[in-house]
Design a protein around this ligand. Structure first.
Ligand SMILES: Nc1ncnc2c1ncn2[C@@H]1O[C@H](COP(=O)(O)OP(=O)(O)OP(=O)(O)O)[C@@H](O)[C@H]1O
Ligand SMILES: [Mg+2]
Length: 245
């Protein structure tokens, strides 16, 4: 019981197929509160599918996914909306609304999910933008921002509802090394400041090294290796080694 209490994300025997193609074969892993877990895997192996199952955008064929004690695949619509407020999701694409200013993009989830005064909304938006170093861009449109800045705004929007779990889908993909490092540092900052538990899907090995408390390797629908960065990076398994070359 005590051990469970300390687990923010508990994925148990999750399987998922599309038609006759099996993507996930009874996957299990957990993230302890405050821990950052990184998921590695080749393109098209089901990493985004795992994240989508965790937020309830996809339903697994079998298995349980407990977040903060609630079993996601079994929740009804209202309960799912409620728990989603506690889960931040930084999408692979960044997913800002291009027709809205940065400020409006950040206000959107707040107005939808929380009852706050105008002053509280303004303060929260400014605080989150300040956290990602973009306060001066508050009245810009997404089209006026660089790729790295858009990711940072995406991150600010991800943290605006003060999530307890954050899922990152390839947060540094498409960014130059210096900007990628900046995003990785922000991920660490969020973890330290908000004490969140994070699951990061990435191909960026510097990001893995900087952020991971635990690394999982996905292969053929199963987790073929898991452990601390130091342990996984020293693995003699050819498949695991291929990520570090
Ligand atoms: N909604 C869906 N319907 C049918 N097939 C899907 C669906 N979502 C994903 N798939 C399939 O599941 C497999 C895994 O997709 P997924 O997006 O999880 O890969 P990934 O590991 O995230 O790859 P990448 O690193 O390129 O982002 C792919 O073959 C994909 O075509
Ligand atoms: Mg993906």
């Amino acid at each position: 019981m005590n051990k469970r209490k300390n687990i923010a994300l508990d994925v148990i025997n999750v399987s998922k197929s599309f038609g006759s193609t099996t993507i996930l074969k009874s996957i299990s892993f957990e993230a302890v509160r405050g821990e950052t877990v990184v998921l590695l895997g080749k393109s098209g192996t089901g990493k985004s599918v795992i994240l989508q199952c965790i937020v309830g955008l996809l339903t697994p064929d079998s298995g349980d996914i407990f977040i903060l004690g609630q079993n996601i695949p079994q929740l009804d619509y209202d309960a799912l909306q409620e728990i989603r407020k506690k889960i931040g999701f930084l999408f692979q694409s960044g997913a800002l609304y291009d027709s809205m200013s940065v400020r409006d993009n950040l206000e959107f989830p707040l107005r939808r999910h929380e009852i706050l005064t105008e002053k509280e909304i303004e303060d929260r938006v400014k605080q989150c933008l300040d956290d990602v170093g973009l306060l001066s861009s508050i009245d810009k449109m997404p089209s006026e921002l660089s790729g790295g800045m858009r990711k940072r705004v995406g991150l600010a929007r991800t943290i605006i509802l003060k999530p307890e779990v954050i899922l990152y889908d390839e947060p540094t993909t498409g960014l130059d090394p210096a900007t990628s490092r900046e995003i990785s540092r922000l991920i660490i900052k969020m973890q330290e400041k908000l004490k969140v538990s994070s699951l990061i899907v990435t191909h960026d090995m510097e990001c893995v090294k900087m952020t991971a408390n635990k690394v999982l390797v996905l292969k053929d629908g199963t987790i073929c290796a898991s452990g601390a960065y130091a342990e996984i990076s020293e693995s003699q398994d050819e498949f695991v080694k291929s990520f570090f070359e």
